[in-house]
Design a binder for this molecule. Structure first.
Ligand code: FAD
Length: 291
């Protein structure tokens, strides 16, 4: 099923009354460094939550090839709707067109179109694409894929302010994007005010919050630092308290994400997209707490 149809199931009319439908669940995984069978096992566990789709990240700087191999494996072995992530920076139009043909030949219906980040090395790279809106346009011209894009509740790190970032988000929407998947965040108020700003900018596209359970001190410190993501003080204090206790840290991650998701559900979000980090345990505990 395409993104557009998945998220348009919100607000179904029933006997003249509009009913809100539960948020659609989806999972993000990444191509595993060692064994694709391990990833398969984790997804087998997560399958019972009936995800609408599983999204598969791709390498930075236009390195989509490793991810395509994993995509083929998952497509052949799991009965799940898949959404590959796809980056365009440092990629030629010919290469992107070829990869899109492979994706469509796998009967995949959705794609997450991203700019990606420039590598720090000094190799020569193609620059046929500069921003994700160009990729969205390229995909829409050539394929029948439904396109997801990235959104940043606290602003993208390269962008001077959130208003400019939302103007740039609109370019992706105007190019044909069907859903916006957000970067992780821990402060729901930042998400709610982002949604308001996006709507004020005339964008009606569904905005799906990205939820990342805290798994370890190292993971959370690295992720939030890289993308400049704020952590509420009460949560930060607990993170520091459990710094040397991996078990407590994992439990904190489950409790906090469950609380965060419940608030988002109460606010009637169209979906919840879990960054599983290829581990089923925390995500399944959170979903058990919610369902
Ligand atoms: P863009 O939308 O192009 O935006 C990038 C920056 O340029 C922003 O600051 C924006 O404001 C500005 N900008 C955009 N358009 C224009 C324009 N036309 N003119 C001037 N300025 C403009 N990275 C990976 O490598 N692999 C992944 O699998 C991956 N998955 C992700 C999944 C999600 C849900 C999210 C939120 C991010 C993901 N990323 C991934 C990270 C992403 O590639 C980086 O955040 C990247 O820096 C920006 O990508 P984008 O698609 O948002 O870019």
């Amino acid at each position: 099923m395409k993104l557009k149809e998945i998220y348009s199931q919100k607000d179904i009319e029933h006997n003249g009354i509009f009913e809100w439908v539960k948020p659609k669940i989806s999972f993000e995984v990444f191509p595993p460094a060692i064994s694709v069978e391990e990833l398969y096992k984790e997804l087998e566990i997560l399958k019972k939550y009936n995800p609408e789709f599983v999204s598969l990240t791709c390498g930075a700087a236009g390195k989509n090839n490793d991810s395509l191999e994993v995509l083929k494996y998952l497509k052949n072995n799991l009965q799940l709707n898949l959404m590959p992530h796809f980056t365009c920076i440092c990629n030629s139009k010919e290469k992107v067109a070829d990869n899109l043909k492979i994706i469509e030949s796998l009967e995949i219906e959705n794609i997450l179109a991203l700019r990606g980040d420039e590598p720090s090395d000094t190799q020569e790279h193609y620059y046929d694409f500069h921003y994700a809106n160009e990729l969205v346009e390229f995909i829409k011209e050539r394929t029948n894929l439904s396109v997801g894009i990235a959104g940043y509740p606290e602003g993208h790190i390269d962008c001077p302010d959130i208003y400019t970032d939302i103007e740039n988000l609109k370019k992706k929407v105007d190019a044909g994007a069907d859903a916006i998947f957000t970067q992780l965040f821990f402060n729901n108020d930042k998400f709610f005010s982002y949604v308001q700003l996006v709507r004020d900018a005339g964008i009606e596209t569904p905005i799906i919050p990205g939820i990342m359970p805290i798994l370890s001190y190292k993971q959370i410190t690295k992720m939030t630092h890289l993308a400049n993501i704020s952590i509420p003080k009460t949560l930060q204090d607990k993170i520091e308290q459990y710094k040397d206790s991996p078990k407590d840290m994992k439990e904190l991650g489950i409790d906090f994400a469950s609380y965060q998701c419940q608030q988002l559900i109460d606010a009637e979000v169209a979906g919840l997209h879990f960054f599983t980090l290829n581990k089923s345990y925390s995500t399944s505990q959170i979903l058990d707490n919610l369902l």
